[in-house]
Write a protein that binds this ligand. Structure first.
Ligand code: DGL
Length: 267
């Protein structure tokens, strides 16, 4: 078989790995190019205008370079801000990431839901729309954390963090008015499922954590249902948009997701 066009999985950092895992389960023979925008990381502290300008332009260049079959924007911040812009600019199917407010509302008993995302995501009108459409009878409490994104990055580099750091982040959500009634927390940043165990351990009472990764994987597999893949397992490569020698520290963590770290700028 000749050249097979890859799936391009994109995030500001390594958060998209949480989405890649279920994609790999459903499409084990699809070649993967994973791109982390290290030159733009983090997205969550940027203004919407910066993300709106950056992401379509970058995905345009990556799309020319890798000719992907489909692009998964495995990043809530980029999706809630720039998904329409990317779809308008590129002639490639795009799967985005939407905060899982709907499934959270379906399962919450207390009708108080927490949304843990980046600072940029939690203030998006997109989140207001999801809340009023799917969780109108719920109180939706939001907390944006840049530190939790960094903690997920450091975990993939094999570093261990103080449990107090996770407890403080959970407190930022649960100590808000009505926060003690939260029973379900939306992990509205793809980095956060990578530290779900740590968040659960740091919570004062049991909470259900909900995210959209399985749905994204099913949507991706459905869009590619007619595609014939090669017989062998799909190779996986990971690139960063700005190379730095410290990125070698991600090599082992990436290998656990079936990705080989490629040196050099992935722009
Ligand atoms: N993983 C990203 C998200 O889903 C963004 C993290 C960041 O760069 O701040 O929102």
């Amino acid at each position: 078989m000749g050249h097979t066009r890859p799936l391009l999985v994109f995030d500001s950092g390594i958060g998209g790995l949480s989405v890649l895992r279920p994609i790999r389960e459903l499409l084990p023979r699809a070649p993967i190019v994973y791109v982390a925008d290290s030159a733009g990381y983090p997205y969550g502290t940027k203004r919407a205008g910066e993300i709106e300008a950056r992401v379509p332009a970058l995905l345009g260049r990556l799309s020319e370079r890798f000719d992907p079959e489909l692009i998964v924007i495995a990043c809530n911040t980029a999706s809630t801000i720039a998904l329409d812009g990317v779809r308008a600019a590129l002639d490639v199917p795009i799967v985005g990431t939407v905060p899982a407010i709907k499934p959270a509302a379906e399962r919450s008993q207390s009708r108080v839901i927490g949304v843990l995302g980046t600072k940029a995501t939690v203030r998006q009108p997109y989140v207001d729309r999801l809340a009023s459409e799917f969780a109108a009878d719920c109180t939706v409490i939001r907390h944006g954390s840049a530190e939790l994104v960094d903690l997920a990055e450091s975990k993939l580099r094999g570093e261990t963090a103080d449990t107090a750091a996770y407890a403080e982040i959970m407190d930022g959500l649960l100590s808000q008015p009505d926060g003690e009634r939260i029973d379900t927390v939306v992990l509205a940043c793809t980095h956060f499922p990578l530290v779900e165990e740590e968040l659960a351990a740091a919570s004062p009472h049991p909470l259900a954590f909900v995210d959209g990764k399985e749905g994204i994987a099913r949507r991706t597999a459905w869009l590619l249902r007619d595609k014939l893949w090669p017989d062998e397992p799909g190779e996986g490569r990971a690139l960063f948009t700005r190379w730095a020698p410290e990125l070698e520290r991600y090599r082992v963590g990436l290998a656990n997701y079936g990705l080989e770290l490629i040196k050099g700028s992935g722009r």
